[in-house]
Design a protein around this ligand. Structure first.
Ligand code: ATP
Ligand code: MG
Length: 323
C-alpha cells in the first residue's frame, strides 16, 4: 500500500509529531511503499524568517533520518523540491468549495493564536490535498488534528473525479487512538506553534525544565489522583504498553503519589528513549552535504511518481490545448 504523510518544519519536532505520525510512518516502511516529506511550503504560513525556515527544514530531515526513516527503502523529500505540487493546488482550488474551507477549525485555531490570517493559511488544506493526490497516497497517518483536512482532501479527490473523470486515488486517514492528540505541557494539543512542546532532541537541561513544568492539578498528595484529563499521566502513558499503563494508573490512584516524583521519572524515560538516536542525529547534523544528497535523491524519486498524476490531471481538465 502507498502510505504518505508530511510534517511542517515550523519548529523543532516534538512528542506529538513523533507518536502521532513519525514513529508510525517509520514502522510502516517495513511492509509498504512509504512517501514522507517535509512540507516547507506549508511552513511558510507561520514562519517568516528565511534562515529559521532553512535551519528547521534541515533539522527535521536529520531528526527523521536519525529516528530510522530509511531513504533507500522509502521516498523522503522536501516539498518545495517538487514545485509541481503548487500547480496541482491551483487545479484543485477551482473545484474546492469556499464553504468546505470555511468550516476548517485549524484556520480558526491558528489565527486565534496570532498566526496571520493570510490566504495561504486559509488555503492550507488545498495544498495538503495536492500533496496527497499528487503522489497517489492511499493511507495517510496523521494525528486527530488533521482529520478534518483529510476529509477535505477526500472531498476534493471525489469532486475532481466526478467533474473530470477518474484521476485521483481517494485517500483514507489513518489515526491511531492511543496517539490521536498528544497534549502539550499546558494541556492543549502539543503544537510547534503553541510553544507548549517537549522536543525530541532537546538538551537535558531544557528537557528537564519542560517536563517539570507540565501542568498538574492541585489534588493533595494523600488523595488519589485523577486519570481522566491528567496531562502528566497521558504523556507518561505514551511510553508504556498496556501492562505499564495499568501499573501507572494504579500508582496514580494510590494516595501518596507526588507529581514532582513522577515528573523526574518521566524526564528520565524521555531522555533514555531518545538517547540511542541522539548520536546518529549529531552525526547527520555535522554532515550537511550527506543529508542534502539524500534529500535530492528523494526529490528525484518523488518527482517521477508525481508526473503520472500531474499529467493525468492536466489532460483531464483540458490544459493539453494542442490535442
Ligand atoms: P504547527 O503548530 O506548525 O501546525 P504541529 O506541531 O501541529 O505544527 P504539524 O507539522 O502541523 O505539527 O503536523 C505534523 C504531523 O504531526 C501531523 O500528522 C499531525 O497530525 C501530527 N501531530 C501534530 N501535533 C500532534 C499532537 N499533539 N498529537 C498527535 N499528533 C500530532
Ligand atoms: Mg499542525
Amino acid at each position: 500500500m502507498r502510505i504518505l504523510s508530511g510534517i511542517q518544519p515550523s519548529g523543532a519536532l516534538h512528542l506529538g509529531n513523533y507518536f502521532g505520525m513519525m514513529n508510525r510512518m517509520i514502522k510502516y516502511q517495513q511492509n509498504n511503499e512509504l512517501f514522507c516529506f517535509l512540507v516547507n511550503y506549508h511552513a511558510l504560513t507561520s514562519v517568516f524568517d528565511a534562515n529559521l525556515l532553512r535551519k528547521q527544514t534541515f533539522d527535521a530531515a536529520c531528526d527523521f533520518l536519525a529516528l530510522g526513516l530509511d531513504p533507500d527503502k522509502s521516498v523522503f523529500w522536501i516539498q518545495s523540491d517538487v514545485p509541481e505540487v503548487t500547480e496541482l493546488t491551483w487545479l484543485l482550488s477551482n473545484i474546492t468549495g469556499m464553504g468546505l474551507l470555511e468550516r476548517c477549525h485549524s484556520y480558526k485555531d491558528k489565527t486565534a493564536k496570532g498566526i496571520p490570517a493570510s490566504h495561504g493559511l486559509f488555503a492550507y488544506p488545498v495544498l495538503m490535498a495536492a500533496d496527497i493526490l499528487l503522489y497517489g497516497g492511499e493511507k495517510v497517518p496523521v494525528g486527530k488534528d488533521q482529520k478534518q483536512h483529510l476529509e477535505v482532501a477526500r472531498d476534493v479527490a471525489i469532486r475532481f473525479n466526478n467533474t473530470y473523470g477518474e484521476t485521483f486515488v481517494v485517500p483514507e486517514p489513518d489515526i491511531e487512538d492511543n496517539f490521536a492528540t498528544v497534549p502539550g505541557i499546558d494541556g492543549q494539543k502539543m503544537s510547534k506553534s503553541y510553544g507548549n512542546t517537549i522536543e525530541l532532541f532537546a538538551d537535558e537541561k531544557t528537557l528537564r525544565k519542560k517536563v517539570m513544568s507540565i501542568k498538574t492539578d492541585s489534588t493533595p498528595v494523600d488523595e488519589p489522583k485523577p486519570i481522566e484529563g491528567n496531562v502528566l499521566y497521558d504523556l507518561y502513558a505514551l511510553f508504556l504498553d498496556d501492562k505499564g499503563k495499568a501499573e501507572l494508573k494504579e500508582r496514580f490512584l494510590t494516595p501518596g503519589l507526588r507529581y514532582g516524583d513522577v515528573k523526574k521519572e518521566l524526564f528520565e524515560v524521555i531522555r533514555d528513549y531518545f538517547a540511542p538516536y541522539k548520536k546518529e542525529r549529531d552525526r547527520l547534523a555535522a554532515d550537511k552535504q550527506y543529508v542534502l544528497d539524500i534529500m535530492q535523491k528523494g526529490a528525484r524519486k518523488a518527482r517521477q511518481a508525481a508526473a503520472v498524476y500531474l499529467e493525468r490531471a492536466r489532460r483531464n481538465v483540458g490544459l493539453d490545448y494542442n490535442n
